[in-house]
Design a protein around this ligand. Structure first.
Ligand code: ZN
Length: 488
């Protein structure tokens, strides 16, 4: 209903409409929506193309073939490794094969930490060996290892509360259990023990750290992941053991007898190495100087082959953009795929990309990130300027066949697009179901067997439709001006 038609209504019911009239006038003042026009909507052509994407994505196994190829032909690809270089070459080759335009690399300097071999032994009260992995970035031990009595604590707060002589000279066992959640919030709560535990324990005079893995599985695969020392603080070796082994170690502490441990690790740092972000795109048409970016990371941790972290994400975004490229219509905005270097060990690829984006004439207006496994997508969240909420609603309606939940407008996004999002870029987030993600994350068990082809196809469908409609927004993607909350 047009607002001015209300003005001709001089009947006694006029007062009923008055609040509506005022509300629409306010909208006209504050937003871009004119009181005389409805909010802009997608064209029939664009919605028909979204339907085509749905039909084709449900039969297209490009994404599965990509993650199969990456995990088989490249395998593990931690920053600075030979696998990392091979992955960059793979990304360029596959983007060219899929027909992406302007395929290129952006050189990035990355750390080059080498895992080596690690062992973990309980010496007393009841001797036994447990499978272990060094935490990423951890220093190694002398060849004979470190041997010491141990102290068990739950988390950082519990360690800080101990008297100094309870920690000095000991190995600290962080025994914190991670909660299984669909949205990954359990990870955010548990991960500080891994990232900051060794630095804190070292500052209190501990000689080593072992953590209960930040993971949810009951198998015997330990989970690695980055730890960060403070620049001037002591650097002590840190390893992880699996949940069932942490349970067993906890029982040894429960005996009340002194627990004595030995850790060996040959982890070490090599000089920085060269890696690269891999970039390809579908050029836009009338709004080509606006970029809709889809990001995932090309590196992985080394014990597994990075199928769910983040081979699946790489495959989802490449598979989605391949389908958009094959549409009979071209996108209005430029759709760009970026495979980021070194997300796992300091996000160097993201930092280099964000810095370069600032000097690029094209503007990054909307981002999608796939770094949470192989799907399915279960919810659509966003982080957009409130004026664009009606467009997000329309994207959600176009995704109706997928029966997604409607998330809120506080999407946090992933690590690689965090920098651009902090600069105000809008995010659309087809949220991947993380219920089982942390059973496998950062373990030797992260292989292709963890990827379900049907869930992957469904995820590609959601990303393809989201990215396509994001590129066709009939209005503007305005910057998001609210401060971005930290990632979990
Ligand atoms: Zn990841």
């Amino acid at each position: 209903m047009a607002a001015n038609s209300l003005g001709t209504d001089v009947s006694g019911r006029m007062h009923i409409f008055k609040p509506l009239l005022i509300a629409t006038s306010l909208l006209a003042l504050h937003g871009r929506i004119s009181a005389a026009e409805p909010a802009s909507t997608f064209s029939k052509t664009d919605l028909r193309a979204a339907k085509t994407l749905h039909e084709r994505a449900s039969k297209d196994d490009t994404a599965y073939q990509l993650v199969q190829s990456l995990t088989t032909e490249v395998g593990a690809r931690s920053a600075g490794s030979a696998g990392d270089k091979a992955a960059v070459a793979w990304g360029v080759r596959e983007m060219q094969r899929l027909g992406f335009s302007n395929v290129r690399t952006m050189e990035v300097k990355v750390p080059n930490w080498v895992r080596g071999e690690a062992s973990f032994k309980v010496l007393a009260p009841s001797p036994q060996s447990m499978p272990t992995l060094a935490l990423g970035g951890s220093v190694g031990t002398p060849p004979e290892g470190i041997e010491s009595d141990a102290v068990m604590v739950k988390d950082l707060a519990a360690l800080s509360a101990l008297p100094a002589d309870a920690v000095r000279g000991r190995i600290v066992f962080f025994n914190n259990r991670m909660e299984r959640t669909r949205d990954g919030s359990g990870y955010g709560a548990a991960v500080p023990v891994r990232t900051a535990g060794p630095a804190l324990a070292g500052s209190l005079g501990a000689v080593g750290v072992v953590i209960r893995s930040v993971g949810t599985s009951t198998d015997r695969f330990p989970h690695t992941g980055t730890t960060r020392y403070t620049p001037d603080g002591p650097r002590i070796p840190a390893v992880a053991i699996s949940n069932p082994d942490a349970d067993a170690l906890e029982r040894q502490f429960a005996s009340g007898k002194p627990v004595r441990l030995r850790i060996t690790s040959s982890s070490r740092d090599l000089p920085q190495a060269q890696s690269a972000n891999v970039i390809g795109e579908i050029p836009g048409t009338d709004r080509a100087d606006e970029i809709v970016i889809l990001g995932a990371h090309l590196d992985s941790w080394d014990p597994g082959v990075g199928a769910i972290d983040d081979g699946a994400g790489v495959a989802i975004i490449m598979g989605a953009v391949k389908l958009i490229r094959e549409l009979p219509v071209k996108p209005r905005r430029t759709i760009r795929v970026v495979l980021f270097a070194n997300e796992e060990f300091g996000t160097s690829g993201s930092q280099a990309y964000t810095a370069a984006a600032a000097s690029e004439s094209a503007r990054h207006v909307l981002g999608f990130e796939a770094d949470f496994g192989a799907g399915p997508v279960w919810r659509l969240s966003s982080r957009v300027n409130p004026a664009q909420q009606p467009i997000v609603d329309q994207v959600y309606r176009a995704l109706a066949p997928l029966k997604l939940a409607r998330g809120n407008n506080e999407a946090r996004g992933g690590a690689d697009l965090d920098g651009l999002a902090k600069l105000g870029m809008a995010l659309l987030s087809p949220d991947l179901d993380g219920t089982n993600y942390f059973d496998v994350h950062h373990t030797a068990n992260d292989t292709l067997a963890q990827v379900d082809p049907a869930a992957l196809r469904q995820s590609v469908t959601a990303f393809a439709i989201g990215a396509w409609l994001g590129a066709q927004n009939p209005g503007d993607w305005q910057p998001v001006t609210t401060p971005k909350p930290p990632r979990r």
